[in-house]
Ligand binder design. Structure first.
Ligand code: SF4
Length: 261
């Protein structure tokens, strides 16, 4: 006869790490940005990511350890291959007593990568009123379309800079987060440092400043600027390039037919 297991073998969908545990926060995590699953399929869990992708903490360090990445990819596989079963399992887990009054961060890494996935999260939140949910997101258009008209009462979100849709945000009036190279840079830009508690991202002042992770090669790449600044520079470059392209087309069109032929 085999002995009964002495430890629970249950695999929780929501987990915690040292930093989040201090605030009583559980998190759901997908692999960050683009990658390849063991079966060869490719994915992108952050389709609106832009400048942030080159500086992403979740694409380096412990997040790349094979066991950690495999666990995050298993989460993604559930969502991709059995979305209904995943939604049911998540709703069921959230009924557990450990989530009474709990705070859940949707995505330690990854984002609301499709309409279907975000819609499922909205249903999960509406069915799980004993917990409060929050998320950072770069999916500005998707959240505006699907969430903003009728948001779950227990959901708060903050738009985070460094993405393709930054330009849609009004930085004077809308809650948003930016990642700065240092705590001093956060204060100098007039943002509120959330490093005391991650929950301040949705519960504190609306201009949320996050100090960059102390990962040397990423800090070097950030070159003293915030994700928002890097994105604005990238957007300006793209606009200038498009302008040049259109300019050269116009020049071609201005060439008289006789000279062109
Ligand atoms: S959206 Fe977040 S997780 Fe995705 S690439 Fe950007 S920083 Fe990384």
């Amino acid at each position: 006869m085999t002995a009964p297991p002495t430890r629970s073998t249950r695999r929780w969908l929501l987990t915690s790490n040292a930093e989040l545990r201090a605030d009583g926060v559980f998190a759901w995590t997908l692999p960050a940005f683009a990658g390849r699953l063991p079966d060869g399929r490719t994915y992108n869990t952050c389709p609106e990511a832009s400048a942030c992708a080159d500086l992403c903490y979740a694409r380096s360090g412990t997040y790349r350890f094979s066991n950690v990445l495999a666990a995050h990819q298993r989460n993604l596989l559930m969502v991709l291959d059995s979305p209904w079963a995943w939604e049911v399992a998540m709703k069921r887990e959230l009924q557990h007593r450990r989530y009474r009054g709990a705070i859940v961060r949707v995505h330690d890494s990854g984002d609301f990568f499709s309409d279907d996935y975000l819609t499922r999260w909205v249903r999960i939140m509406n069915a799980s009123r004993q917990a409060t949910f929050y998320a950072y997101t770069k999916a500005v258009r998707r959240v505006r379309r699907i969430v903003e008209p009728d948001p779950p009462a227990n959901f708060r979100w903050v738009y985070s800079l460094g993405g393709k849709e930054d330009h849609l945000l009004d930085l004077d009036t809308e809650r948003h987060a930016d990642v700065f190279p240092s705590a001093e840079a956060i204060g100098a830009a007039g943002y509120a440092d959330q490093s005391r508690s991650d929950v301040l991202a949705v519960a504190g002042p609306p201009k949320v400043g996050i100090p960059a992770n102390n990962i040397r090669h990423l800090l070097k790449r950030q070159a003293g600027r915030s994700f928002g600044e890097l994105q604005r520079a990238r957007d300006a470059q793209l606009t200038a390039k498009k302008g040049r392209h259109h300019g050269s087309t116009d020049d071609r069109q201005r060439v008289p037919p006789s000279a062109a032929g």
